[in-house]
Write a protein that binds this ligand. Structure first.
Ligand SMILES: Cc1cc2nc3c(=O)[nH]c(=O)nc-3n(C[C@H](O)[C@H](O)[C@H](O)COP(=O)(O)OP(=O)(O)OC[C@H]3O[C@@H](n4cnc5c(N)ncnc54)[C@H](O)[C@@H]3O)c2cc1C
Length: 394
């Protein structure tokens, strides 16, 4: 029997995250939203992350013996929902930074754990990024299990003595590219064999010669986030920086799916729902509050229902991942796809509840909708997740 009653400690995590989000993140997010496109948003956002690092949020999952906060994936889902309910762009940057050390924990050797993890826990800010996707050849193709070696990723990692040499390019959408201190980069160790057997994961410090960050990509939503492309020209890393061995990347990436990728979208949907609810209670039409018109009331009841369902699916998937239950991958894909669907539907309905104000920049409903639409393709599209699920249905 699953019991999702939060422990006292988890209630504390929730309150701490909520206070941090309200007091520190909200003012910064509002400043960024008011900025013209092209401004240096990271200069405004970075101090929040410096505070987050001091408070141990950026090293959330790294076990205490390495200097981290030693929190569980369920703690993380609770934490990130609260951050995303105030600003999902910051939640995604923070979530990536919190989550990527899981790669080293899941697949790293003792030597790699000792070398890389304590260095991330020195109290300084270390932003992390993960780069798999590539323009035209490696978006949804990352899930392609076709044996044709010509299909899929083209970035190549060639062994040269005690080093690997990486060449290729990554898509314009890499979260945290340009602000990251360390990158987890997926490259193929053999282009003559099928992609699925040759994808390999490398830990690459920013500033490594040959690792170039392209122009920042300006997105419709998650304005506090930072996305850009990467180019790799003879990027040399020690062989020690290969995590999990050659060909291990797909298995390692799937561990990330267990971390509650639905949680930020539950937070976003909840925020849009509360925003629409407040508006519907205060705006009067035909002599009574909007919420007393049944068409509006039904939308709001649906929002409440779907947000709760998305949270339960997310928590259930995290619960399965914490126990390495065989259902964990299926549940994780379902939770991510469903939470994004709920965020999109809820934010669309919030726009409707606000009428013309819903599409005005003065109000937040349209911003929430743009943020939600970003979720569809991020970490694999909703359709691709369904296709993968269909292949594993019990
Ligand atoms: C906000 C955001 C953040 C991101 N952050 C990162 C990051 O940090 N690191 C990273 O590596 N990447 C990142 N990405 C890239 C993301 O992983 C890819 O965009 C995603 O995998 C989809 O690839 P694509 O954009 O090439 O779309 P495509 O693969 O071209 O898909 C386009 C459409 O076709 C459909 N489609 C494609 N192939 C099939 C098929 N075989 N069957 C049925 N339908 C199909 C898709 O569902 C979609 O609707 C990010 C993307 C976004 C939007």
């Amino acid at each position: 029997m699953i019991d999702f009653t939060l422990t006292e400690d988890q209630e504390l995590i929730r309150r701490t995250a909520r206070d941090f989000a309200e007091n520190e993140i909200r003012p910064v997010a509002e400043r960024v939203d008011a900025m013209a496109e092209g401004g240096d948003t990271w200069a405004i956002v970075r101090p929040v992350f410096e505070q987050a690092a001091e408070l141990g949020f950026t090293t959330f999952y790294i076990p205490e013996p390495f200097g981290g906060s030693g929190r569980s994936p369920m703690d993380g889902a609770i934490f990130i929902e609260e951050i995303a309910a105030v600003d999902i762009g910051i939640a995604m940057t923070l979530g990536a930074t919190m989550g990527y050390p899981m790669f080293i924990l899941a697949a790293g050797t003792d030597e790699q754990k000792q070398q890389f993890l304590p260095a991330l826990c020195d109290g300084e800010l270390h932003i992390l990024a993960g780069a798999q996707s590539e323009p035209d050849v490696a978006g949804s193709e990352l899930f392609c299990t076709d044996a044709d070696p010509a299909l899929g990723m083209r970035t190549r990692a060639r062994r040269d003595g005690d080093e690997y040499v990486l060449n290729g390019s990554k898509s314009a959408f890499i979260t945290n590219a340009g602000i990251a201190d360390h990158y987890f980069i997926v490259a193929r160790t053999d282009l003559a064999r099928p992609q699925a057997d040759t994808l390999s994961l490398f830990y690459v410090p920013a500033g490594t010669p040959g690792l170039h960050v392209g122009r920042r990509t300006h997105m419709l939503g998650m304005k506090t986030g930072h996305h850009a492309e990467l180019r790799l020209e003879d990027v040399r890393v020690p062989a020690l920086n290969l995590i999990g061995g050659e060909g291990a990347a797909l298995g390692i990436l799937s561990t990330v799916l267990g971390q509650g990728l639905g949680a930020p979208f539950v937070g976003l949907a909840r925020a849009a729902y509360r925003y629409a609810l407040d508006y519907a209670r205060q705006r009067r039409s035909w002599g009574k509050p909007l919420i007393e018109h049944q068409a509006i009331a039904l939308m709001l009841a649906d929002m409440e229902m779907h947000v709760r369902a998305a949270r339960l699916l997310t928590w259930d998937s995290v619960h399965a991942a914490e126990r390495f239950d065989p259902s964990m991958t299926l549940k994780a894909m379902a939770a991510k796809a469903y939470a994004v669907d709920v965020a999109i539907r809820t934010t669309q309905n919030a726009v409707k509840v606000l009428g013309a104000y819903g599409v005005s920049r003065e109000y937040k409903a349209a911003k929430y909708l743009c943020d939600a639409m970003m979720g569809y393709a991020l970490d694999f599209t909703g359709d691709l997740l369904r296709i993968r699920m269909a292949a594993q249905l019990p």
